[in-house]
Design a protein around this ligand. Structure first.
Ligand code: SAM
Length: 471
């Protein structure tokens, strides 16, 4: 087995930025316009930080760089912030987003979470001067532990890695429908629901250039996401989706009487796919094309074995816990009708130890899912290693997770097993059924074959049906 250890994700810049580096940067900057020096410095600082945020040993700080006031307005406008909103800015700096939310957009309340006491002093002073201290609050704390569950809008200007680190907490604590805004930095393979290109010139992050997955939008470490050399900046918005994965059952009142209806939904963050089954004298089944926006579920059925348009089925409704209610419309060439539909999700147990053959095909690997304090936590078990799966999502009747195998703390150990593993499954009659993707790193086999040639390792995309070996 070949083993290489490299700092992750860059091989040339160590986590944390040293004073001497900053001085060199400023000296170099004297050759360019003053504004550009600042942006360059900010970009470097961001890069150093975006690595450091996950590492216990490294300097754990995200530096202060303010969002431009016009970009603040763009973010709050994109989220359509209004009088019913409670806005949380995680890492609130001088408090400008909090202040703009209550002052310019009439938010009911806005809260900044900030760890730097000087920033807190300044931001409290700013809202006091504006006479808005009764609706704007600043809390000293660590944004990674803070309680922001009351938010209807969350704003971030942190870094790509901090965003990914925060992602499972955003899903775990925020209500479906909450809008999450990020200035500049993406959320990996969680696609934004809205994106806006704004004016600020941003020079890009050096670290992103070395990300081996930067061209692959399917993996979480996909870069932040495009380079922005001399181009515009971005603000993005995600709507936190309801957990809808699982098997849903209900009756459909048709002109021929009640018929049993089953919907199976697979969920990969905000992306939903699945199947429908309508029983009766003329049964129908097929795939669905679905859209999930907060708790709103919409889909169109694609019946199997029927020419397009001969039989149509559509649904528009809302999911809440294990109940889904809405309107189901069915049309065939003779008639069409719409009726209220209510489905209940089958209750399932996901805890246990699930085993399958590794993506490299040479050994069994396992995922242990435990229930702790009413939450599911997962551990990946491979040979004698036990790796906590921090990016894990309980979607009700199924789950989703991502794991970069080989990463331990600040380094990536490269062996033939190294790569991104992404799994998704739904419990169907006690069995887990879903999809597994594996993106190997590096893509080229490091150990040449007997003929001296190196081969390109294929990505693995396959059905995933692990066996439950322990309850
Ligand atoms: C890039 S600034 C963004 C400031 C503000 N949100 C804006 O957009 O203008 C990031 C802020 O997060 C704060 N910060 C960094 N790490 C933090 C943590 N773990 N908990 C709370 N605040 C943090 C920094 O002090 C800094 O003020």
């Amino acid at each position: 087995m070949l083993r290489y250890e490299i700092p992750w994700p860059s091989e040339s810049i160590t986590p944390g930025i040293h004073c001497s580096d900053m001085e060199i940067l400023i000296m170099r900057g004297t050759h360019v316009a003053h504004g550009a020096v600042w942006i360059l410095l900010a970009a470097e600082l961001f890069y150093a930080d975006s690595i450091a945020a996950d590492m216990p040993s490294a300097r754990q700080s995200i530096p202060y760089v303010a969002t431009r006031h016009d970009t603040v307005r763009d973010m709050l406008w994109l989220a359509d912030v209004g009088k019913d909103d409670v806005v949380y800015d995680l890492g609130s700096g001088d408090g400008r987003i909090v202040l703009a939310a209550v002052r310019d957009f009439g938010a009911r309340r806005a809260v900044g979470i900030e760890k730097d006491p000087n920033q807190l002093l300044e931001s409290r002073e700013n809202v006091k001067k504006a006479g808005l201290a009764d609706r704007a609050e600043f809390v000293q704390g660590d944004l990674f532990d803070a309680d922001f569950s009351r938010a209807s809008v969350v704003t971030l200007f942190l870094g790509h890695r901090p965003n990914l680190k925060l992602r499972p907490r955003l899903f775990g604590t925020l209500r479906p429908g909450t809008r999450v805004l990020s200035h500049q930095f993406n959320m990996g393979e969680w696609e934004p629901d809205k994106a806006l290109t704004v004016r600020t010139v941003f020079l890009g992050l050096w670290g992103e250039m070395w990300n081996p997955y930067q061209d692959n939008p399917c993996v979480p470490d996909y870069s932040a996401n495009e380079m922005h050399f001399g181009r515009s900046d971005k603000v993005m918005m995600w709507v936190v989706p309801a957990p809808v994965a699982g098997i849903w059952r209900g009756k459909v009142e048709t002109l021929d009487g009640p018929r049993d209806y089953q919907l199976t939904l697979h969920q990969r963050l905000s992306e939903v796919s699945g199947t429908f089954q309508l029983s009766g004298a003329k049964p129908s089944s097929g795939g669905i094309r679905a859209d999930l926006w907060g708790d709103q579920v919409r889909y169109e059925g694609i019946p199997s074995g029927i020419p397009y348009g001969r039989f149509q089925i559509r649904f528009d409704g809302h999911a809440s816990g294990d109940s889904m209610k809405g309107t189901l419309a069915i049309a065939d060439p003779n008639r069409s009708y719409e009726a209220a539909w209510e489905g209940r999700r089958e209750k399932v147990g996901m805890a246990g130890e699930w085993e399958w053959t590794s993506a490299t095909g040479d050994r069994p690997v396992r995922l242990r899912v435990d229930r702790r304090d009413s939450r599911l936590v997962a551990t990946y078990l491979d040979r004698d290693r036990q790796i906590p799966v921090l990016d894990f999502y309980d979607f009700g009747g199924g789950f989703y997770f991502t794991l970069l195998i080989g990463r331990e703390g600040s380094s990536l150990t490269i062996t033939e097993d190294t790569g991104w593993l992404i799994g998704e499954g739904v419990i169907d009659q006690g069995e887990l059924k879903g999809r597994m993707d594996f993106y190997p790193y590096p893509r080229v086999d490091l150990s040449p074959g007997p003929d001296g040639k190196r081969t390109v390792k294929p990505e693995v995309h396959q059905e995933w049906t692990p066996r439950r070996i322990k309850p």
